[in-house]
Design a binder for this molecule. Structure first.
Ligand code: C2E
Ligand code: CA
Ligand code: CA
Length: 447
């Protein structure tokens, strides 16, 4: 059986490779040379044709599920199908990384280029049998139209590629026409990523700590570690100013590793220094991308071991949207994290798109109620009912509840009356630098 399977695998790949060879994509150098030649035809700046960049959206998924031989086969099949859509003067190039560039010789404007792109999408979309799996391919496509401006061949491919990246961000099977703002954004993203990586290297990121208070005893039971960037020129920056860029560029993965290690180290040190806080815990936020990162479980293990902190004193906060975004893989990762003994908290509970179904798929310990509900307590009629319902749900499932954004004594009285177990907010303290959090612990303050 195994032998027969391999023969089918090899023969299919050979057939697809032969089809791809017949379609004969140029290499990027030959393509650029051809493009430059095409640009020189006619008076400067008047050339009227289009360049497409495209990437098959399922390439990584096929590579992960079936292996790199099959993603190669997918590329070969896509190249062959694409070739069937092109005119005699059109050219295809394989750019590497699974990307293709297409010179559409007769597409003199965006409308013609989009029509050609739609034809290619149609041809790609017919089902393809790869390794016994039916794959429906789509492509993220970007269009750049030559003509008008003073462009060179490399800039045209760059612009089509920027438009392709924009399409990919919008979801599978999308097509975008290049606009100058896309190039500016791409340059800005690159610059910001460089700045963020340098900031990480120069240790400009630091943690501030906000107490989480037990509503019954009024004492601090944990701190939430919150990231700050001590920018050399702009001063102390809150996550709102850099977190989205750090997440989008992937810098939050290595930065998050540092956060985990430092939060665990600091908490262990506080426990040793303050007898009244010997079992104090720390909560660390995990982003969607961190949650999807294969090394996250090892990172958490390393942080705990490096600090000598008991696993149950580390609480990991994941927003509902990060859980929903990361799908099945998130549930598995969360189960593995839970198996280490850490506590799991759902952050910003009750806002955005959510599904309660995950609550029984992995063991959640804490629900953090978003501060928008706390803000409305005593004012917006439904807020009190919602908080009360969440407390009922959480306690029914054996979870604790932490309302966020407790800003006034009245808020505290309300959430106490609703039997919220813990609370967090400016009423107790804003996030503090480590030395001030240390002083707060030393003071033994109770609320
Ligand atoms: P979050 O996890 O919901 O954190 C609570 C945010 O609410 C913090 O904002 C905190 O300063 C603020 N806050 C606390 N009490 C009050 C209050 O009484 N009233 C009001 N209006 N706000 C309050 P911050 O520090 O700006 O953090 C913003 C978000 O950035 C966090 O929201 C979290 O999602 C994210 N974040 C912060 N640090 C990290 C990190 O290390 N990793 C990851 N992945 N995300 C982080
Ligand atoms: Ca949080
Ligand atoms: Ca929150």
């Amino acid at each position: 059986m195994k032998l027969a399977g391999e023969i089918i695998v090899l023969s299919t790949i050979r057939r697809l490779a032969a089809a791809a060879a017949a379609a004969a994509p140029l290499d990027s150098e030959a393509f650029l040379a051809h493009l430059a030649q095409r640009l020189r035809r006619g008076p400067a700046g008047t050339a009227q044709f289009s360049v497409l960049c495209l990437r098959i959206d399922q390439l990584d998924a096929v590579g992960e599920a079936l292996g790199p031989l099959w993603s190669e086969a997918l590329l070969g099949a896509a190249a062959a199908r694409m070739a069937g859509c092109l005119g005699p003067h059109d050219r295809v190039a394989a750019l590497g990384g699974g990307r293709f560039a297409v010179l559409l010789d007769a597409a003199a404007g965006p409308a013609a280029a989009l029509a050609a792109a739609s034809g290619i999408q149609g041809a790609l979309g017919a089902p393809l049998l790869l390794g016994g799996h039916e794959v429906f391919a789509t492509a993220s496509v970007g269009v750049a139209v030559a003509g008008g401006g003073t462009v060179n061949a490399a800039d045209l491919v760059r612009d089509a590629s920027a438009a392709m990246a924009q399409s990919a961000r919008r979801g599978p099977g999308q097509c975008s026409v290049f606009e100058p703002a896309m190039h500016l954004h791409a340059v800005e993203r690159l610059r910001l990523e460089g700045t963020l990586r340098r900031a990480l290297e120069r240790r400009e990121f630091e943690l501030h700590y906000q107490p989480i208070v037990c509503t019954r005893t009024g004492t601090i039971t944990a701190f939430e570690a919150l990231l700050r960037w001590r920018h050399p020129e702009r001063g102390l920056l809150a996550p709102g100013e850099f977190l989205a860029a750090a997440e989008a560029s992937g810098v939050l993965v290595p930065a998050g590793r540092v956060v985990l290690a430092e939060a665990c180290r600091q908490t262990q040190a506080w426990g040793e220094r303050h007898p009244g806080a010997a079992r104090i815990a720390v909560t660390v936020n995990l982003s969607a991308r961190q949650l999807r990162h294969p090394g996250v479980v090892a990172d958490v293990e390393d942080a705990l071991a490096g600090a000598g902190l008991a696993a149950n004193r580390l609480h990991l906060e994941i927003t509902e949207s990060a859980i929903m975004e990361s799908g099945e893989a998130a549930v598995e990762t969360l189960c593995r994290l839970k198996a280490l003994g850490v506590m799991l908290c759902v952050d910003d509970f009750g806002v955005g798109y959510s599904s309660l179904s995950y609550l029984h798929r992995f063991p959640v310990d804490v629900l953090k109620i978003d501060r928008s509900f706390v803000r409305g307590l005593g004012k917006v009629g439904a807020c009190g009912d919602i908080v009360r319902a969440v407390v009922g749900l959480a306690h029914g499932l054996g979870m604790h509840v932490v309302p966020e954004g407790v800003e006034t004594a009245a808020h505290l009285a309300e959430v106490r009356a609703m039997e919220c177990d813990f609370a967090q907010g400016y009423f107790f303290s804003p996030p503090l630098p480590a030395d001030e959090a240390d002083a707060l612990l030393a003071s033994g303050t109770r609320w």
